[in-house]
Ligand binder design. Sequence first.
Ligand code: 4F9
Length: 226
Amino acid sequence: MRIDILTLFPEMCERVYSESIIGRSIAKGLLEIKSHNIRDFAANKHHNVDDTPYGGGMGMLMMAQPIYDCYMHVCEETGAKPYLIYMSPQGKVLTQEKVKELAKMDNIAILCGHYEGVDERVIEAIVDEEISIGDYVLTGGELPALVLSDSVARMLPGVLANDEAMEKESHYSGLLEYPQYTKPAVWNDMPVPDVLLSGHHANIEKWRNEQSVKRTKERRPDLLKK
Ligand code: 4F9
């Protein structure tokens, strides 16, 4: 899979995905991520990418032309027409369901907005889907784009170890994780639950499942309804 990020801050993106598990997966050739600076496609001599909104109002908007030309460049470079996602609070909120769907694609591109948003016409012209990562506002779409890239990358074959990959499937049955403990057996006068030290696998499994249900009821009753 290849992910192309269209952004005014390519270095910020590169710094994040070149580290850790995703960085290693890129080095192993399991996926490719490339960032493109929208400013490189500004047609005016001052390399402006934003202007004031028609009708008045606060702040600046990103102009359609540099974004469009940047996307066309990505199409040429990839020899494909990547599924273009615009990270925006106006989009549908990201779910694991959507992450799995995107992980099946060969080429996706992610547009990061800045300022007060982008000219609606470029959304109409090239954006396939708007996605939000939650009901709050950020200063730009880079962090949401990195959240989306990370969540998609970890679903690709070979990125996670086999046991983690199995876990990830069962976890998204819609329940929260059960509590977990590691050594020592007593820490700060707090013991690990007896059942986990018993070696009785059926009881452990039952306890973990009960804990998952209890937590989900208490913390995320909305997930149980689904
Ligand atoms: C994008 C917030 C996606 C949440 C982009 C300002 C954003 C966002 N999810 N906020 N620019």
